[in-house]
Design a protein around this ligand. Structure first.
Ligand code: COA
Length: 195
């Protein structure tokens, strides 16, 4: 769920609007707001955001996002579909009405120590800075809790200021530098412990 007080996205309002998903978030852009790829508004606009499970029909768009933002990941259609149905994975998409805005992928990597890794999260540029990633994080964390896991870890490029701000804002913190560079870049390990 989006936290109360988030200035860009207010809390789920209509749980019945989408049978697939309990989260529906209405994002309000105020008069004069500009955002990447969006026209300034001439009046208040309401964008309907839902977080939904991923299906194989989403593969082309999500694989394109993965290719763009995580080119070092070796993933193809078959692997992607396997992950959708694998109980240790959780893939979800954020939608603005019928348009895919972003996705995230979570994976249980250590059952003994109850650790989940956020493998990837990305939002298409026209939808950025509107709370889509935050909603994906909240929904993913709900899944982590249902799995009785206690800790989330993730890798982020040292230079990825936008992502690091987003993680920090959502309660994640720097843990250590990853031993291996990723895609030639220094990568940081960030984590969040759940109660
Ligand atoms: C990082 C990313 C997922 C953020 O998605 P988003 O939907 O725009 O994030 P949100 O709207 O939920 O932003 C939450 C907060 O994060 C911070 N943030 C997000 N993008 C930011 C940016 N470009 N610059 C500075 N801060 C930013 C802000 O504090 C923001 O809150 P605010 O808009 O109220 O100020 C998106 O920029 C993206 O897809 N980037 C490319 C892929 C990527 O880097 N993924 C992370 C890999 S580790």
């Amino acid at each position: 769920m989006v936290q109360p007080g988030n200035t860009r996205a207010s809390r789920a309002l209509d749980q019945g609007s989408n049978p697939c998903d309990p989260i529906a978030v209405f994002v309000r852009l105020h008069r004069g707001t500009t955002s990447q790829g969006l026209q300034p508004c001439s009046g208040p606009l309401h964008y309907t955001m839902t977080i939904q499970p991923v299906s194989e029909y989403d593969a082309p768009e999500i694989l394109e996002l993965i290719q763009k933002y995580f080119p070092y990941l070796e993933i193809n259609f078959d692997l992607f579909v396997k992950r959708i149905h694998h109980p240790q994975f959780f893939l979800q998409k954020s939608m603005e009405r019928d348009r895919l805005a972003g996705f995230s992928e979570w994976q249980i990597i250590d059952l003994k120590n109850k650790i989940v890794r956020l493998n990837g999260i990305a939002v298409k540029p026209p939808f950025q800075r509107r709370g889509y990633a935050t909603a994906l994080l909240k929904k993913g964390e709900e899944w982590v809790e249902t799995q009785k896991m206690k800790k989330i870890i993730l890798l982020v490029a040292e230079t990825n200021i936008a992502a690091k701000k987003m993680y920090q804002k959502n309660g994640y913190s720097f843990s250590r530098i990853n031993l291996k560079k990723i895609n030639g870049e220094i990568a940081e390990i960030w984590e969040k412990r759940l109660k």
